[in-house]
Design a protein around this ligand. Sequence first.
Ligand SMILES: [Zn+2]
Ligand SMILES: [Zn+2]
Length: 218
Amino acid sequence: MLEFPHDMHTHSAYSDGVSGIGDNVAAAELKGLNLLGISDHSHYLREKALNRYLREVRRWSEESEITVLAGIEANITHSGTDVPDEIAEKLDYVIASVHLWLRDPEEYVELVKVALLDGNVDIIGHFGASFPHIGYPNEESLVEIIELAEERGKAFEISSRYRVPDVWFVRECIRRGVKLVFASDAHMPREVGNVSWSESVFKKAGGKKEDLLFEEFL
Ligand SMILES: [Zn+2]
Ligand SMILES: [Zn+2]
């Protein structure tokens, strides 16, 4: 059983997930979550699709005992994050993730800085997922990233799918008051709520309820 039962990163058939939003909600209820976030990929959610998506998330939230929030997973690109103001203001939260194939960790860190400076971004998604492939940044640049997140009031997800970031990083976030969320990155209902790795790292790092971005829903 999870002590902080929430999952802020799940996909549905509105992007590359396999099921309806209602299936994610049902799975979250079965797993005993208090809070579920639907966070489909931004490039699938333009105009009409976005409006249908939002209506559906709101409807499921009303019908469910648990809180369901409407999020989005934006792409961090060299020209910024692909969620404009008019979309961001309709959503409960915005996750921004690097999905580009980069040459080195320095380039990755620079892109994440762009997202940390973006007023529409709330959470950085799966930070460091590609470090095993492109190499690890030095500790100095990681500290810079955390300090910028602190300054700008941004949060990081702890991704059970990619098993990032590590305990050291999460501990540094907590020490500086940078908030955290748990994330399965589910693409099918049976993966919804698979966040035990997130909780275990959070607790190893000394995390308490008040260190979670959405503590009021837990
Ligand atoms: Zn992603
Ligand atoms: Zn995702």
